[in-house]
Design a protein around this ligand. Sequence first.
Ligand code: DMJ
Length: 709
Amino acid sequence: MYSPSRKDFIALTLSDQHSRSYNNGKHRRQSCWRKWKQLSRLQRSLILFLLALLLIFGLLFYPSFSEQWGACSCAVCVCVCVHSGMSDKAVREDWDEDWERGLKPIPPGVNPVAGPAGGPAVGLAGVAVGPELDPGLGLAAAPGLIPEVIPEPRRPKVPSIPKPPAKKRPFPNKRGPPSLQKERNVSDSLVKPAEKVPVEKAEEKEGEKPLVSWRGAMIEADEATEPPPSAHEKDAPVPVNPEDTAPLAPVSVKPVDRLEMVREAFRHAWKGYKEFAWGHDELKPVSKSYGEWFGLGLTIIDALDTMWILGLKEEFEEARKWVETELSFSKNVDVNLFESTIRILGGLLSTYHLTGDEMFLEKAKDIGLRLMPAFKTPSKIPFSDVNIGKGTAHPPRWTSDSTLAEVTSVQLEFRELSRLTHDPQYQEVVNEVMRLVHKLPGKHDGLVPMFINTNSGQFTHKGVFTLGARADSYYEYLLKQWIQGGKTEPDLLEDYLEAIEGVKKHLLRTSGPRKLTFVGELNHNRFNPKMDHLVCFLPGTLALGAHNGLPEDHMELALQLMETCHQMYIQMETGLSPEIVHFNLQPYDGRDVDVKPADRHNLLRPETVESLFYLYRFTKDAKYRDWGWDILESFNKYTRVPSGGYTSISNVRDPVNPGPRDKMESFFLGETLKYFYLLFSDDLELLSLDKYVFNTEAHPLPIWQLPPV
Ligand code: DMJ
């Protein structure tokens, strides 16, 4: 008898089970068919109808199911999705957790969904920026979590992006397949820009490099979602290195801190002057030496009242001592009448007014008297140069002309000297110049030529009209003399009003791109869109006139020109204006200003800061202070010499090498820093513009209470 082994037993058992189950199945199929046959025709139709319905619904919903399945591309995920019935929310929360563990999907908008062919995504301006994911950064560890953000194929050596915010934001408990939640895509699920982690932090954490934009600038992930720059932005100059032109400190620095910054700047300038140029005219801060012009300690005298106003007592005292003990005008030296009047005579007179110290008045009398020979000319139009030791005067070697600004911008000082000394000789000579110019033929609707002959007393080089070099302060002093004398001299006012009308008629234009109003020049009836930085005194002067009752449109023009002067700074890579700009008259074509290579220097000039001061005083608009603050920061950034002093520079368009010129003009201390201080001061009674009139070197002189005699 066959006795089955254990193996055989198992085999037999299986075979038996198989045969039983086969027979059972056959039996089941037969009984099903029998049962179907037993149904009535109606019942069978109904069942068939329901089955057909089921089939139709199945076909309709097939894509949704397939997508849901597709969302879990790995086998495990499919199992989890299908078998556990895991919700969409749960899947995404899982993804968030993965993110927090360092598995990084793409931040919002940086890299659009990889195309079907897996080609690079398109970023700003149509430039391919993706796939940006560094294979080594961990995304590979999370394949399939969010299939639409995984670029495919991945490429090595592409810039990585900063880590997106790790903050978790729950998805709404919204059911349904992802295709029905279109509005909540991956980007939407990330934190808002306001909640973003600073890019520096992200970089620190991950050691990733930031994305490089098409402009070559670093951009943050969120910035990549912005549209390409508008035409307007494209026109704006792009600094060579944007970081170089960034402000050093927030704009919203308190006025008191700004005042302290001006004092600090003054002390720094003074330190250099004291150490390397003491007693000489100008500091050469780079070579740590000095320059001599008149040999009269010009910087000390020009800076006296600034120190007094800024409250720098110690510095003022040492300067005062030098003036008292060292300064002597008994020198065989040629000085320029205009420059020595506005800087030395003006500086001494204003310091006398501020301090009441008679020593300064005595010095003022001394220099005033020594300058008088300049007026001994056939025409009574003064010579440009005087030897203050010999008492002789002469024109420049190459001509017998004087420039118009020079002979008409010494009046405030000489008139004041007469008032103080009760000696009319000073005011008589300068008033005579004004009378002559008032009735001289050759003006063009109030605009004056740039030269006047000291022999004939006639204008020369006719046909050239400018408010820049050689003519500028003629216009300034018309108004300021009228104010100084208590508004009692109608010829001065008449000439001023006529001149401003002439400016409006012949010299005003607007630039093409931004419609900036500017003052150009007229050269034998041909307009030249050239504007010197010197012209930026005009907004302040126009505003001063309007404040004193002159037409309101003068103020409107002042505001427009102030904006233009501001643009002359901010359109430069260093944030500093060049000496001369040429405006672009072509519409929609690039920059407003062109700067020729020879005009790119900055001499630390004051005119724009001066006008900002006037406009702030009259409008109280804080933007003028902010503009001034930006200029001070740029001076600190590009012109400050570490060992002391500030230097003029050669190229305001080159922040990398602005080209120090090794010269600190005395007007930087006399004017520029003083106007900064007055601009930032909240004390509006400090040198009230209803009590003082500033000479063209920023030395305040009193407005007379009594009319001139
Ligand atoms: C100063 O000497 C005076 O402001 C003058 O009126 C013009 N030139 C310089 C400053 O730029």
